[in-house]
Ligand binder design. Sequence first.
Ligand SMILES: [Zn+2]
Ligand SMILES: [Zn+2]
Length: 228
Amino acid sequence: MTICYLCGKEIEGNVSRDHVPPKAIYPTDLRPEIRGQLITLPTHKSCNNSYKDDEDYFVQSWGSTAIDTPVGKALFEDMKRTAKHSQGQRLAEMIYDEFDPMPGGIALPSHLIQKSIDPNKSRRIILKITRGLFSYVTSRILTNDCGFSYQLHDATGKPSDLLKFMAEGKSRGVYPQAFDYTYHDCTEFPEIAHLHLFGMHFWQKLTVVAVVHDSDCTCEVCSKSKLG
Ligand SMILES: [Zn+2]
Ligand SMILES: [Zn+2]
């Protein structure tokens, strides 16, 4: 029996393979190098498709902050190509508007650019990637309403202790320059044994630490969210 990790239900008939993380994170130019190595998980086609627009947004919005890295530069070429289509153009305009070089009317040094992100779309995709990585490393499924939170760090500023702790973990990315991740279960710490930590590094630029509660967690947060 094949289970879709996105809805938790059995897949009858056609199985779609979903990339974890989204394939678009890897620029087209380097796909030949990594062909056949990326993680995929079985899903329903409809479940997979329901994330497409938010994934496009995520890759372009977050990726547009990484154009000073080698992989980010290659990704920018992909963005320019998609911006030639009308739908891609709308997305490009939306992302352009997220850049604010003069927040509050003050000009910042050119390496410090203020940019906003859509919190709902971003959370939805980080949660999806986290659930995919969780399924991949534990062979279990996390529901969409699992206890979840994440923090985003850019390359500026002092790394937190949690960030340093995650950075010390084993690098698990297929092509770490584009996407790398570390994983830590917390079984050795009794008071947080129900948590799983994922450190993710996108395009050598943006770092996310995501915390998920185990699928059978009964902590207060999870009991509340599962009651509705
Ligand atoms: Zn499904
Ligand atoms: Zn919990």
